[in-house]
Design a protein around this ligand. Structure first.
Ligand SMILES: [Zn+2]
Ligand SMILES: [Zn+2]
Length: 158
C-alpha cells in the first residue's frame, strides 16, 4: 500500500471541481447498500472520513444530488461525479470518495457496511464487516483502532 502524502489534492472527472485534504482519514469505509450501488453505478461506494477542518473545495461549486435528505451528497455540476457527502448533525467530518484524489493508491476500506444488501460476488479487504451499520457507540473504538493501523500518512510540508 502506498503512503498518503499530505496535503493531497483531487477533483471530479472533468476537473471543474477541485478539492484538498490536509489530514489523514479518521476511518475508511466501503458501503454495499443499494443506494450507494445506484449512486456509484458500481458494487459499492468508498468513503474516507476526513475531519471537516482539514477538507476544502478549492475550485468550482459542487451541487447537492442523491436523495436531497439528511445526507447531503455533493456532485460536480457538470460531469456529475459523486464527490463527497456531509451528514446533518455529523458536522465534524466529510465522507470523501477517495477515488476523487489524484493519487488514491493509499486507500483501503477498514470497515464495510450493509453487507446484507451486497452483490453476491462483491468482497472487500475490510477488517470489520457489518450487515447494516456499526452502532454509534462503536465508532469511537473503530476510529482508535484505525488510527493504530493507518501508518500511511506523511506530510510533504506547505
Ligand atoms: Zn466535473
Ligand atoms: Zn451506502
Amino acid at each position: 500500500m502506498k503512503n498518503l502524502t499530505l496535503p493531497a489534492e483531487g477533483g471530479c472527472r472533468c476537473g471543474r471541481v477541485r478539492l484538498k485534504i490536509s489530514a489523514p482519514p479518521l476511518l475508511t469505509m466501503a458501503c454495499h447498500c443499494t443506494g450507494c450501488q445506484r449512486m456509484s453505478a458500481s458494487a459499492y461506494s468508498l468513503s474516507a472520513a476526513i475531519p471537516s477542518e482539514a477538507f476544502a473545495v478549492t475550485q468550482g461549486e459542487p451541487v447537492i444530488g442523491g436523495l436531497h435528505g439528511a445526507s447531503h451528497h455533493f456532485f460536480c455540476p457538470y460531469c456529475m461525479s459523486w464527490m463527497f457527502t456531509r451528514s446533518e448533525g455529523l458536522d465534524w467530518f466529510v465522507n470523501l470518495r477517495p477515488t476523487m484524489l489524484d493519487d488514491p493508491g493509499w486507500f483501503t476500506p477498514f470497515i464495510e457496511t450493509w453487507t446484507s444488501e451486497k452483490l453476491p460476488w462483491a468482497s472487500t479487504p475490510a477488517v470489520h464487516s457489518y450487515e447494516a451499520l456499526p452502532a454509534m457507540e462503536e465508532y469511537e473504538k473503530l476510529i482508535a483502532e484505525f488510527a493504530g493501523t493507518f501508518g500511511g500518512a506523511s506530510n510533504a510540508g506547505g
